[in-house]
Design a binder for this molecule. Sequence first.
Ligand SMILES: *Cc1c(COP(=O)(O)O)cnc(C)c1O
Length: 421
Amino acid sequence: MDHFLYRDGVLCAEDVAIDDIAAAVRTPFYLYSTATLERHFRLFDEALEGLPHLVCYAMKAASNQAILKTLAGLGAGMDVVSGGEYARAVAAGVPGNRIVFSGVGKTQAEIRAALVNGIRQFNVESEPEMRAISDVAVSLGVVAPITIRVNPDVDAKTHAKIATGKSENKFGIPIARARDVYAEAAALPGLKVVGIDVHIGSQLTDLAPFELAYTKVAELTEALRADGHEISRLDLGGGLGIPYARSNDAPPLPTDYGALIKRCVGHLGCEVEIEPGRLIAGNAGILVSRVIYLKSGEGRDFLILDAAMNDLIRPAMYEAYHDIVPVMEPPAGVELAAYDIVGPVCESGDTFAKGRMMPPLAEGDLMAFRSAGAYGAVMSSEYNTRPLIPEVLVHGDQYAVIRARPTFDEIINRDTIPAWL
Ligand SMILES: *Cc1c(COP(=O)(O)O)cnc(C)c1O
């Protein structure tokens, strides 16, 4: 559920008409709903009620300071995957003991910064990384809390570019080797083993792969305890999918996911962490764009928008589907026509949809890409020297620009001319 609904013929974000924001901010821009962000966070938090738990928002999905502050205010922890994200979480007021650090290639500088300011745990992804964390901790005279990310060799049945839990993926250590690696971790002077971590992929629309993975984690917990390790925390990752097409079957709900977690690991007496990203931010954001031209091609008509692949790369990168709707509500029963919906960037991959059935549209019309809140703005670039587009946050009947569009001069002035030119 989200808070982007037609009201009196205009698509609104909560209580604000989107055409009003477009007139003030200029298209294209990302638009987020506070109520939707809050609702999604609470769904997860409530789904784990009864278990000691922390919902650590995977902030790589959408990491604007205003979004982080909104979620942190509800008690969210953060899952970060870089030193930059760690700094963003701290800047948004998230205490170190609510930040977990994931990612396959943490550098010594990143490890040091997190240890100096405070960290809930590092989710270790390899043996060399484990040794590096121990070395840095020893050099600082501290002990680093860690989990080890195990790869359970489970098929998440999602797009290949976002599956992470098969043995061929670069993530984690094979679960079959876990006991040896935990033995080495326990022997390193700078580490304190606190638990186990797993994350099998993103946009999962079926609970079965989670159940397989979490059952393996539960078995591993017992085995590691028998080996003498203190396993008090299980980080079960993120990955629950969202409905991208209104017509599709709805993916499982956070409540069902929470019940599954309780069933698989509830008896172990561990504190549980989860790291949802997409489900919190995805349907809490839309991309608003305007039709620049209607172009008739051979056998097909093109709708050329002012948004492009540099603003929203998911269709080009993952063949992702987004519902695209006019901001002005079309009359009921209006006849639809097929369009290829494209951006102005000089790449054939800059195509959002092919043969999409749309109501009649004209140059200047406003369009909204639904479900664009996660992996949207954060993956955007300035390819073709198109400025990063603004982000706007709605809260009831108010809205604020939470990241302004840079000017051309600001973009150009980031470059430096060497002395010999
Ligand atoms: C990307 C990622 C997540 C979030 O995945 P979603 O599909 O957005 O919920 C959680 N944990 C880790 C380690 C990740 O890399």
